[in-house]
Design a protein around this ligand. Structure first.
Ligand code: ZN
Length: 276
């Protein structure tokens, strides 16, 4: 299976030195929305996360909210939208038959409406929270307009599945090759998951927002202050988030040659993945 690594929305968060860039607090840093487009032998194209979609790009403040736009300054360039990149690679949007979401935050689920006939796989807990947000934090992070078209959901409960490199309840997904797995990884959001894809003799693990900076998975943990604080503030369950981040660190340390691990927003990891 061939994997394309795409940046589906570049964001420029305020406080560059707290995120990734040198300079003053008024400097803006850079974050990507790292999505995967997977060519499968018999299940068409599979998209992992979607970034923002064309509707979000036409009306960023209306769709994402004034505070989010002011803080992260997403570029909202329609050429970066997943649907445009699918077309640029010579495919039709209808070739995307499955979308796998690490979670349903606005910067991950925005492109759903650009692929209205795709089946959308997500953890049941995540869908429950997004459709009926119980807390102030959840009401801010999920945008129901992004799924107002009524996607065909395919949900997964963390109560069943196999063990995979120390992670539990990992499962193959209905209608997809067994080399594509959903790995429950809660904490950042209620039903957050990672997506594992086996290709070229290696596992590629898209960890969504389970961490934000490549230094967080190094043996000597390091993370810019702004990202560290941000992750704590937005976590649905911070203790669980930190525990799962520790399991990812163990995975890299014990099996780094068998598994390439990356998150959704780190531009360094995206460059490494594209160059590999
Ligand atoms: Zn995100």
């Amino acid at each position: 299976m061939r994997i394309h690594h795409l940046d589906c929305t570049t964001m420029c968060p305020l406080g560059g030195p707290l995120v990734d860039a040198p300079g003053s607090l008024l400097t803006r840093g850079r974050m990507v929305c790292h999505c995967l487009l997977i060519e499968t032998p018999s299940s068409g194209l599979v998209l992992v996360d979607t970034g923002f979609g064309l509707d979000d790009m036409r009306d960023p403040v209306g769709r994402a909210g004034r505070a989010f736009v002011a803080l992260t300054a997403p570029k909202m360039d329609p050429a970066q939208a997943a649907i445009s990149q699918v077309r640029a690679l010579g495919f039709s949007p209808s070739d995307v038959r499955h979308i796998l979401l690490t979670h349903m935050d606005l910067d991950h689920a925005g492109g759903l409406a650009d692929f209205p006939s795709a089946r959308v796989h997500v953890m049941q807990d995540e869908l429950d929270e997004a459709l009926d947000p119980k807390s102030f934090g959840s009401r801010g992070r999920y945008k129901s307009a992004q799924w107002a078209h009524g996607p065909s959901w395919c949900t997964h409960k963390p109560s069943a599945g196999e063990r995979w490199f120390g992670f539990e309840c990992v499962r193959a997904l209905e209608g997809l090759p067994e080399e594509i797995l959903m790995v429950p990884l809660s904490g950042h959001s209620r039903g957050h998951a990672a997506i594992a894809v086996q290709s070229g003799g290696l596992w590629h693990l898209h960890c969504g927002d389970a961490y934000f900076h490549h230094g967080e998975l190094e043996t000597a943990y390091r993370c810019p202050t702004g990202l560290k604080v941000f992750q704590r503030i937005v976590a649905y369950d911070d203790a669980l988030r930190r525990a799962n981040q520790g399991r990812l660190r163990d995975l890299v340390s014990a099996h780094g040659r068998e598994a390439r691990v990356f998150c959704a927003h780190d531009p360094t990891e995206l460059s490494r993945a594209i160059d590999a």
